[in-house]
Design a protein around this ligand. Structure first.
Ligand code: ZN
Ligand code: ZN
Length: 327
């Protein structure tokens, strides 16, 4: 389906709660595919059909842009690349996950020990550590490691014959999330950065370099939204669900949603000191255990911001971090 000048949307199915993922084909020179889908037969078939409707095959794709290293966005990139010689572009912070043979959040991931220690100190019961759904072995099947040939950074130009696009670094949901911006058409390809009816979770993230501090994902995400606000955007081509023609409204509602939650967290921590897990239970009392990792990411995101603002303080006790609102 044509969604903007030279841009076609190709949805492909995923086994995830979020539903289909939208890949985009930019029919210009070079022929560019933005995101791809998970590596399943059904998704591959859908992508092949979508391209065929445009008179294209996998081998015709000259450039693949990966917005971020989540399976639904790059799982099929390797299959497409195997039939041609496309350049593959991603942000440096996503390269390891895209290229690693270990696979997405593999049990042998070098970041695991730090993440587990942090989650235990955050109050997560040990038996719930395994609930990071993404670690499930089935996820390994949904991707194929692929080599990134071109690392792209914020402000880089993505050249096209009929009008260049710009790379915008949008950390938050993933640390190296990139969006493509077409200034002439005022179009943004947003990956999972902004979605219409879903508020993307800024996921807990640990850098590969153990000496580097943990990124504050939610705080980064809110900065990303401010950055997008400064661009002139009429249309947002999202990675899932409907496209957005009123970005301002979406940003407004997401920002407000987080503001309300942050206040709720502060009130809770004003009554008695609590761990991030306690905060998580307060925010999501009826949580499906499978969403524990997402919910913890959100709770920790709010605590991070309150700490940055100097509104809460932390005290370590019995191997746990307790937060309380400053008087
Ligand atoms: Zn994602
Ligand atoms: Zn996604």
């Amino acid at each position: 389906m044509k969604v903007a000048k030279r841009i076609y949307q190709i949805p492909t199915p995923t086994p995830f709660y979020v539903g289909p993922i939208n890949a985009y084909l930019i029919k210009d020179e070079p022929i560019t595919l933005v995101d791809s889908g998970v590596k399943t037969d059904e998704a591959e078939e859908a992508l092949r059909c979508g391209l065929a409707e445009l008179g294209l095959a996998f081998g015709d794709v000259e450039r693949i842009v990966i917005t971020h290293a989540h399976l639904d966005h790059y799982g099929l990139a390797g299959a497409v690349a195997a039939e041609g010689t496309p350049t593959i572009c991603a942000h440096p912070l996503e390269v390891y996950d895209i290229e690693s043979e270990l696979g997405y959040d593999s049990p042998d991931d070098p970041r695991n020990d730090r993440a587990e220690k942090f989650l235990l100190e955050s109050g997560l019961p040990e038996e719930k550590l395994g609930l990071n759904l993404a670690r499930h072995p089935v996820f390994q099947e949904l991707r194929r490691a692929v080599k990134v040939t071109d690392q792209v950074e914020d402000g880089d130009t993505m050249p096209f014959e009929s009008g260049d696009m710009k790379v915008i670094h949008c950390p938050g949901h993933a640390p190296g999330m990139i969006n493509l911006y077409d200034p002439a058409e005022k179009v943004l390809l947003s990956g999972d950065n902004v979605l219409k009816h879903i508020s993307p979770v800024p996921l807990l993230n640990f850098p590969l370099d153990p000496s580097k501090p943990r990124g504050h994902s939610l705080s980064n995400y809110l900065e990303t939204l401010k950055k997008l606000r400064r661009l002139d955007i009429d249309l947002v081509l999202t990675g899932h669900g409907e496209i957005i023609d009123s970005l301002e409204e979406v940003i407004e509602s997401v920002t407000l949603h987080h503001e309300v939650r942050k206040k709720k967290v502060l009130r809770f921590l004003g009554k008695a000191p609590g761990t991030a897990y306690d905060v998580c239970g307060h925010l999501f009392p009826k949580l499906d255990p499978l969403h524990t990792f997402l919910a913890m990411s959100e709770a920790i995101g709010h605590i991070d911001i309150l700490e940055e603002e100097g509104a809460v303080e932390v005290e370590a006790r019995d191997g746990l971090n307790f937060f309380s609102a400053k008087p």
